[in-house]
Write a protein that binds this ligand. Structure first.
Ligand SMILES: C[S@@+](CC[C@H](N)C(=O)[O-])C[C@H]1O[C@@H](n2cnc3c(N)ncnc32)[C@H](O)[C@@H]1O
Length: 278
């Protein structure tokens, strides 16, 4: 399976995101632990996802590009049966350890596969599919990934996904003085993950809000909601979040503003909730 996947990717001339994620898997959680900015992002992700959780206890959820299992473990703890699919064996190993430590390993299946195809997650359909933290942006074939997510859902099933935002990705090009790169980037959102090691770089794709809606509606989904993460430029002022009262006020403000169409373009990430036709 892994050989077939890498073969397809190579034929399309794409570098794989797996080596980078394999290397960082062991330290991934520690990069974010204790950082109020990541806690802030995580609260927004969860608040947007929560209303879409299945109503039935034990319902099946797919966590595609599930990484170290942050969401899979939380969902398994809530009683859902989760399949965590990821391209990186290192990430899967870290997730297995986390699930075992949390005592929910028996409620999670771990599958190594590419979100662009999802071969290997089985034939039993899912009530909810997650693709959080950019696997659609990283996979090299977003259309194929979204078609695969539609295929594995029950009719009427829900998908919640987050991707890189194109307009929110403009600033780093200017900061690096890359005008030509920026001209290319604004044409189609294609860029590269700038890992320090050349051999760990892989193609990425950012989306405009309209482009993201087209991607999902083109695969037969209807849009339930779309938010920017974050529409307030919190990252630049992250120190404000260290003060608990400011944290609460900014979170409330962000949640009040983050569906406003005019503000979506400010966000470095977009998160969409969609429903497959019944
Ligand atoms: C930024 S992490 C997000 C992890 C997790 N979803 C979260 O929100 O904490 C991105 C994950 O996507 C995985 N990934 C990247 N490309 C993928 C692909 N083509 N298929 C499946 N997983 C992929 C990476 O290995 C990594 O675990």
């Amino acid at each position: 399976m892994a050989r077939l996947r890498q073969g397809k990717r190579r034929r399309r001339g794409l570098a794989s995101p797996a080596p980078y994620h394999d290397r960082i898997a062991g330290i991934y959680d520690s990069i974010y632990e204790g950082d109020p900015y990541w806690k802030f992002l995580s609260e927004i992700t969860w608040a947007h996802l929560k209303p879409h959780l299945p109503r039935t206890a034990g319902a099946r959820i797919l966590d595609a590009g599930g990484g170290t299992g942050t969401w899979a473990v939380r969902l398994a703890r809530s009683g859902f049966q989760v399949t965590l699919a990821d391209l990186s064996s290192g990430m899967l190993e870290a997730a297995r350890r986390k699930a075992a430590a949390a005592g929910v390993a028996e409620r999670i299946d771990f599958v190594q596969c590419d979100i662009a195809g999802l071969e290997g997650v089985g034939d039993d359909p899912f009530a909810l599919a997650l693709a959080l933290g950019d696997p659609i942006s990283f996979c090299g074939d977003a259309k194929r990934a979204v078609r695969a997510l539609a295929r594995v859902l029950v009719p009427g099933g829900i998908c919640v996904a987050s991707v890189d935002g194109l307009y929110g990705g403009i600033d780093p090009f200017l900061e690096r003085g890359e005008i030509e790169g920026l001209e290319r980037f604004v044409r189609d959102g294609r860029s590269e993950w700038l890992a320090r090691r050349q051999e760990e770089r892989f193609p990425t794709r950012a989306f405009t809000p309209e482009g993201l809606v087209d991607l999902f509606t083109g695969a037969g989904f209807s849009v339930l909601s779309l938010i920017g993460k974050t529409v307030l430029p919190i990252r630049a002022s992250r120190r404000l979040l260290e003060e608990p009262a400011a944290y609460v006020r900014l979170l409330r403000l962000e949640r009040r503003l983050h569906t406003r169409p005019a503000l979506l373009g400010r966000a470095s990430h977009l998160q969409i909730a969609v429903r497959r036709a019944a």
